[in-house]
Each structure stands twice: as C-alpha cells, then as structure tokens.
Design a protein around this ligand. Structure first.
Ligand SMILES: [Zn+2]
Length: 483
C-alpha cells in the first residue's frame, strides 16, 4: 500500500517533469536508428517497439492485457505497463523505473536495453549516464576530446580524435552558428559540451542526435572567419574562430573595410606591410621551461609577450596576437598554427636562456636551420617529423635572416655588454611557420643577476623597444615602392 502510494506520487511528478521528445541515436555495427527519447522524472525513456522492429524481433502488443511480449530464439520477454520490472522466461528482472505506455507508445528506461534486450539477443548495449546515445554490440566509437582556449582575438577549439577523420565546417551566420561535421560515426565524446563562453563563442556542444557526429559552435556577433588546421595525421584539429574586425589579409584593399571596423588603419597612417604579428610566449602550463632562482621561463615569456603586444600595436599599428595569454600548455603545432591561420607577417617566439654556468648571460636569435627538412634530419635531431606543408619556413628564409639581423642590431644597442648571436637550429616551432620567423632567447635564468634583470621593468622596456624598432625597420624594408 505504501509502495503503491509512493509510486503514484513519483509518477505524477514524472509527468510534470516531462521534457520534449529528443532525437536519440542507437548505433549498431552495421546500422543505426534514431529514436525519439523522452525524459520523464529525470529518467531517459526509449520507445521499445521502434528498437525491436529495427532488430527484427517478433513481438505481440496485447492492448487488452497491457503487456508487450518480445521473442528472440528461446527467450520470451514480457513487459507490463506501469511496472518497474520485466520477466524473461518467467524470471523477474527489476528495473529502476516503470515501463510506460503513453499515446500508444511503449516507453522503457535504459535498463530495459542493458538488462532486458541484451539478455534475449546476446547484444551488449552500452550507455554512459548523461550521454545521449547507445552503442550496441561491438560497434566501435573512437574517442573525441574537445578543449577550448580564449587566445584574445582568436578562440581556439582543439579536437583530438582516436582515429583519422575529416572535418567540414558549415556556417550559419544568420543564427550565429558554425557546425563542424565529422565524417565518422559514431564518435565517443569524452564530454558532451565544454564550458566556453567568451567574446567570440557562446557554447561548444557535441551533437549526434541525427546519427551524424558534429560539433556545434554558437558564436557571437564578433565572430568572423573560422579556420581549421589539421595535424597529427588528421587526429588533431585546431578550429580557430577569428574576431570579425581582424580582417587582415594583405590583399584586402582599404575600400573593402566594413563600417565599424576597429582595427582599420587610420588615413593618416601609411599602409604598412606588417599587419599581423604573432608573439609566442614560450612554454606554459606543466611546461615551465627553464627555471632559475627567482623566475620561471614560462612566466617571463608571458610578461614580455604582453608588453610587446601593447607596444607593437601602438607603435607598429599591427594586430598583435599571442599564442597564449595565460598559463596554458601548447605544442609547437598550436603555436605556429596561430601565426599561419592568421596570415601573420612576423612570428616571434620568446624564450629565456639557461646556462649551467651561473656567470653566463647568453642570448641567441634563432632562425630555422637551412638544410633542415628531410625526414632523416628530423629523426636524427630527435624532434619528430614535420608535415610536408609545414616546411613553409623555406620560402621565408631570407626574410627571417633579415629580421634576425635587425633584432641583433637593435638588441645589441639596447643592452650593452650582452651579445645576441644569430644561430641556426631545427626548431619545431619555426619549421611550421609560413612567414618570417625567429626564436628570441634572452639571458640566462640561472644567473641570478640576469634573472633579476629580466624581471626588471626598465630592462623589459629596453628589450621591448628594441624589438619594436627592429620590427619597424623590417616593415620599411617590406614596404611597397612609393608610387
Ligand atoms: Zn624555452
């Protein structure tokens, strides 16, 4: 009596908490079915008859008896309306929620599949609480991991997949939405959505309700172009949402500048060849870089990069993007992709040096090693393989050398006593860059005097000014002939 009363109360509550029917895919090894699930009293219900029809199982829907009987081989499963149990060959299997019949549709909770249908068909049904799909039998669903970062003028969605896939981006600008389709079904997302809300993105949600995996990005009015970079044999993707105002390709004539564009060059300022500069603060997150008695490389590079951003924006009039603007880890591909995707004219990766000799204050300006690029070279130097299209540094080799020489001149003037030799090395972050690119390594973090100097405000200003001057001179070299 008590149970019946409790049951009635729950059931009334359940009908009140009814949610709209939702598309719910069930993936089998060779087929899939999308059914209409319903959420009642926080329990996901699936329409049984749709599923057993898809499985081709004979069944009897005895209206008068309010029972549903399903046969499979020697098994007979009987479900009864409003009962939180089923019987299989007269053995009782308890369910956590009752079987329902609404509008002539039989609705069952998930255990009906995982404990009922699974037993009579020998097919395993896998369901993860909170997810909105069922994987049946030995269907394989590669893992999908999403992460997002606010990089200032760019919001980057990083997608890692367990197998190689292709992505296709479709824009729905009227609804501020971009849909990234994945050409493999099913996928197994680690998280159904990621909490990302910033100036460019309102939400990022995985959705395969129609049986087609995709990631839906709700974007803001500020979002402009979306660029996708594939890496790691199409198992790693960077989906970059660019701010609308940063329309910064060299080819775009000023006449095309839309009204309200914030970054439009003022008429007084001469058109410069350098419109986008990407500064890469080395290391970050778990990777502290070199650490000395009073500072970690990852913190110093970020401080310097932020100061450089302000100075370069004000004095060069360029859009300056940082590869990271917080203490996060990024791999080389992610760093150069920020520069490549934004068609940067200059890429500077900032590092702090380290020498075991505490008296040293070695600085270096690195450009990409010239004869590097072959797979053998990559293997020998132990820095891994680069994708063929990443070898973009080759065409910019002379320009990288020019900016390195200008940096050397300006920095030597700015910091008397310090030497800034130009070195060549097969650095991954440079190999991937398709524009003039250098790595600037400053000082010796292990030299306590050096380390304090690097954190000194006035010293940082001198370095920043030197880099700005070198960039301005480089810009003059790049400027088109006056006509
Ligand atoms: Zn470093």
């Amino acid at each position: 009596m008590f149970m019946a009363a409790l049951f009635a109360a729950v059931f009334i509550l359940g009908t009140r908490l009814r949610a709209a029917a939702e598309d719910f895919p069930i993936y089998f090894p060779d087929s899939k079915i999308v059914v209409k699930s319903e959420t009642l009293n926080r329990t996901t219900y699936l329409p049984i008859v749709d599923i057993i029809q898809h499985l081709g199982l004979p069944y009897t829907d005895a209206l008068a008896l309010e029972t549903l009987t399903i046969r499979s081989g020697t098994f007979r499963l009987v479900a009864t309306r409003n009962r939180a149990l089923i019987s299989i060959n007269d053995q009782i299997v308890l369910l956590q929620s009752p079987i329902l019949k609404e509008n002539n549709r039989w609705l069952a909770p998930m255990e009906f599949l995982t404990q009922g249908l699974a037993r009579i068909t020998g097919t395993e049904f896998r369901y993860r609480a909170g997810s909105v799909r069922v994987l049946a039998g030995d269907v394989r669903a590669p893992e999908l991991v999403m992460n997002a970062q606010d990089l200032g003028p760019v919001t980057r969605l990083t997608i890692r997949t367990g197998i190689a896939v292709n992505l296709d981006v479709q824009r729905d600008d009227q609804n501020n939405r971009a849909i990234v389709r994945i050409d493999h079904a099913p996928m197994d997302p680690l998280r159904e959505r990621i909490d990302q809300k910033d100036r460019l993105v309102n939400s990022i949600v995985f959705n395969d309700s129609d049986g087609e995996p995709k990631i839906v990005l709700e974007t803001t009015d500020e979002a402009g172009e979306i660029k996708v970079t594939a890496a790691d044999g199409n198992r790693l993707f960077f989906v970059d949402v660019l701010r609308r105002v940063a329309q910064v390709t060299e080819a775009a004539p000023p006449a095309d500048v839309p009204a309200g564009r914030i970054d439009a060059p003022s008429p007084e300022r001469p058109e410069r060849k350098i419109r986008v500069i990407v500064i890469d603060p080395g290391h970050g997150g778990m990777d502290s870089g070199t650490t000395g008695p009073s500072a970690a490389e990852k913190d110093l590079t970020l401080i310097m990069a932020r100061r450089l951003r302000t100075a370069l924006q004000n004095q060069v009039g360029a859009t300056v993007l940082l590869t990271r603007d917080s203490d996060i880890a990024l791999d080389n591909e992610a760093r150069s992709a920020v520069a490549n995707n934004n068609q940067a004219n200059v890429f500077v990766s900032l590092h702090i040096g380290f020498s075991a000799n505490k008296a040293d204050s070695p600085s270096s300006i690195f450009v990409m090693q010239e004869d590097f690029g072959g797979a053998a070279g990559a293997a020998e130097s132990g820095i891994g393989m680069f994708l063929p299209w990443y070898l973009g540094y080759r065409t910019n080799r002379p320009a990288s050398g020019r900016i390195a020489a200008l940096l050397q001149e300006e920095l030597t003037k700015a910091v008397p006593g310090w030497k800034f030799p130009i070195r060549k090395a097969p650095l991954g972050v440079l190999a991937s860059a398709t524009m003039p690119a250098v790595v600037l390594e400053l000082g010796n973090v292990n030299n306590s005097l050096n380390s304090q100097t690097l954190m000194d405000n006035a010293f940082q200003s001198r370095i920043v000014t030197a880099i700005v001057n070198a960039t301005l001179r480089f810009s003059e070299l790049q400027a088109p002939a006056a006509n």
